[in-house]
Design a protein around this ligand. Structure first.
Ligand code: CUA
Length: 333
């Protein structure tokens, strides 16, 4: 019994630790550190609603405590029943009008921001149109007007509206870039439209925010925001076929024999698996492993050990074939 009592003493400590840990986070994955206009608008709404809630709680509790103290039976008070009051017009007006005012203060910006943030910018000349398709457990990004397609790294120009059309190839996922705003469901057979914008060049983290299978928690992607000049360079690079060095030719053949049926390596190709054009310049391997040769080998050898439930088959290749394949993938810059 004594031991349990000692353990109970730690509960406030754990509570404090929990509060401290929830303060931990990274600049590139926090809705509380907005890095674009949409995320800032959404944070404003969060602060406004939280502010109103705190105000209501503080006022109600202050009145409650005041009444408890002011009207309690004091020593020497006679045992009498106080005057009974039935209804008060003044009070009724106050507690009807005040909530109406608070709701108006909350509703007007909420509705106007909701309308503003769901604007369709797909046909804007200044916006970049990106079609997002969620797959178990990776992300496909198409830029129809630019004639390119990629996966896992969403490359965008900073300071421009990115007009998204998002959908899913299999089950329900949700597309979320906490630093830039979000989140939106990706539904099968349906397209959701919205836009985001990044203030400056940086790399942000993207997540799937809907339980979608065994590797839901590993369904990460990166958002690489570039200056407009760098973005245009990237587009040109993506359209230029990679030069394959002589020592990667063997790997290229292995790729053609085993991988090409699912993975496109040209500018616009879409397949059952992610397009690998520009793969060597991507931030991560499979969205979660550091981008190095060891990770690529680990992924090819046993994809299920990295992302359980994913649809990449384990291809029976010898170690030297895998080395050659990695050489080829490294040349896809
Ligand atoms: Cu896709 Cu969770």
């Amino acid at each position: 019994m004594n031991r349990w009592q000692n353990l109970w003493r730690f509960i406030p400590l754990f509570g404090l630790m929990m509060m401290l840990l929830t303060g931990c986070g990274h600049d590139t994955i926090s809705a509380l550190k907005p890095r674009g206009p949409v995320a800032r608008d959404q944070l404003f709404l969060m602060k406004l609603s939280l502010g109103i809630m705190i105000l209501v709680v503080v006022v109600v509790f202050a009145i409650y405590v005041y009444v408890l103290i002011r009207f309690r039976k004091k020593k020497g008070d006679k045992d009498i029943i106080p005057k009974q009051v039935e209804g008060s017009h003044t009070l009724e007006i106050i507690w009807t009008v005040v909530p109406i005012l608070l709701l108006l203060i909350l509703a007007v910006p909420t509705v106007s921001y909701t309308v503003k943030l769901s604007e369709n910018h797909i046909n804007d000349k200044d916006a970049v149109h990106v079609k997002v398709t969620a797959h178990q457990f990776w992300w496909q990004f198409e830029y129809p007007e630019l004639g390119i397609a990629t996966a896992q790294d969403l490359v965008i120009p900073a300071g421009k509206k990115i007009a998204f059309e998002i959908t899913s190839a299999d089950v329900l996922h949700a597309f979320w870039i906490p630093s830039l705003g979000g989140k939106q469901d990706t539904n099968v057979g349906m397209t959701n439209v919205f836009y985001l914008e990044a203030d400056d060049a940086d790399t942000f983290m993207g997540k799937c925010a809907e339980l979608c299978g065994a590797s839901h928690a590993l369904m990460d992607f990166k958002v690489v925001s570039k200056t407009e000049a760098d973005f245009n360079k990237w587009v040109e690079k993506m359209k230029t076929p990679a030069t394959i060095p002589a020592d990667a030719k063997n790997g290229e053949q292995i790729f053609k024999d085993n991988c090409l049926s699912c993975h496109a390596v040209n500018a616009q190709g879409l397949g059952f698996g992610p397009n690998l054009n520009g793969f060597a310049s991507r931030e991560m391997v499979a969205g979660i492993l550091p981008h190095d040769d060891e990770s690529i080998k680990k992924w090819i050898k046993d994809p299920q050990s990295v992302k359980p439930g994913n649809k990449m088959p384990q291809i029976p290749l010898q170690d030297n074939q895998i080395n050659d394949l990695v050489k080829y993938l490294d040349s896809l810059k």
